[in-house]
Write a protein of this length. Structure first.
Length: 346
């Protein structure tokens, strides 16, 4: 397939690009290169004849029309988004502009292209979203594809809006879409403002390891390469108009996760005392969702996918990667907002 991947220089997007190229697909990577993007994530495929980079913004309709006309993709995989909850609290406008209006412009460009091409049945618009659109769970239960939407942050509300637009373009215009909603990703090339890289890099620097509230918030952790594999499966074999929840089947409290990371660091980069001594509890994020958990039965039963990496294996791989790739993360630490406490604007 020829895939147009938006946000392909980001964390999840670059994992999808690398796997797609390895699987023999052609990839056109469309990215605006905002603060969280990094072309170094794609160094391993940059010279591959099947890879093309387009520096463009999903909010720029003229640029989108040119890219569609020039490259004529078989499918769109839409990952470009503002995604950091704390940043959405401090500056929600950017999230509405990119995640809602950007998705609208991409849908319209894709619809115009699909119509010009004679409405091919095998074209796909794959919208990649988050489990955060479903809100917050109590101690029991899991999100399914039928769970009502209940977003609690500007980020999750903007993603919920984009999900609704994609479904509406399918129902109103017949655009052949598939949707996925994933749990928390982690792994190599994770931008250093999210929990796991923050803990790793703060630990190596001997700085406090900040945990919001009492650390009891629960997340389902999905190794990014498992997620990329699932996304490529859905874009090829997912049923039109269908959504698929993608989970890691690895629930952990934030505190347990950080303690596991500290134990791995104690083995791989020993220091005097344990890294766990650096754990520090800080004021909670406003509106912090208590628990996310995904029921991945649909993608398992319909498409035969399930995660292959346990959270313990994935965290070990991730720590190994950060220890071996200091030049990559050092360069990103200088970017705006990295290393600062964000999300206190409420």
């Amino acid at each position: 397939m020829k895939l147009l991947i938006t946000g392909g220089a980001g964390f999840i997007g670059s994992a999808v690009v690398r796997q797609a190229i390895a699987a023999g697909h052609e990839v056109v990577n469309l990215d605006a290169l905002t603060y969280a993007a990094c072309l170094d994530n794609l160094a391993s495929v940059a010279d591959d004849p099947g890879y093309t980079f387009e520096h463009a913004d999903i909010r720029d309709r003229a640029a989108l029309d040119r890219v569609f006309a020039q490259h004529r993709p078989d499918a769109v995989m839409h990952l470009a988004a503002e995604s950091h909850v704390d940043r959405s609290i401090d500056g929600p406008g950017t999230f509405i502009d990119t995640n809602v209006m950007g998705t609208f412009h991409l849908l319209e460009a894709a619809r115009a292209y699909w119509t010009r091409e004679g409405r091919p049945e095998d074209f796909r618009f794959h919208h990649i979203s988050t489990d955060e659109v479903f809100g917050s769970l109590g101690p029991e239960g899991q999100f399914t594809e039928e769970t009502p939407y209940d977003p609690r942050s500007p980020y999750s509300a903007s993603k919920a809006g984009s999900d609704h637009l994609v479904r509406a373009w399918h129902e109103t215009y017949g655009l052949p879409v598939v949707l996925t909603n994933c749990s928390n990703n982690y792994g190599p090339f994770h931008f250093p403002e999210k929990l796991i890289p923050v803990v790793i890099l703060n630990a190596l620097a001997g700085k406090p390891l900040p945990i919001y509230g009492d650390g009891s918030n629960v997340r389902d952790w999905l190794y990014v390469e498992d997620h990329a594999e699932a996304l490529l499966l859905v874009v090829q074999k997912g049923a039109v108009g269908r959504s698929y929840n993608i989970g890691g089947e690895n629930e952990r409290t934030n505190l347990d996760l950080v303690r596991t990371l500290c134990a791995i660091l104690d083995r791989l980069a020993p220091r005097e005392g344990s890294y766990a001594d650096l754990i520090s509890f800080v004021t909670d994020r406003p509106g912090h969702d208590a628990r996310y958990a995904i029921d991945p039965a649909r993608i398992r039963e319909e498409l035969g996918w399930r995660p292959s990496v346990t959270v313990e294996e994935g965290l070990e791989k991730t720590v190994d990667w950060y220890l071996a790739n200091e030049p990559w993360w050092r360069a990103l630490q200088a970017r705006q907002g990295v290393g600062e406490r964000l999300g206190v604007g409420a």
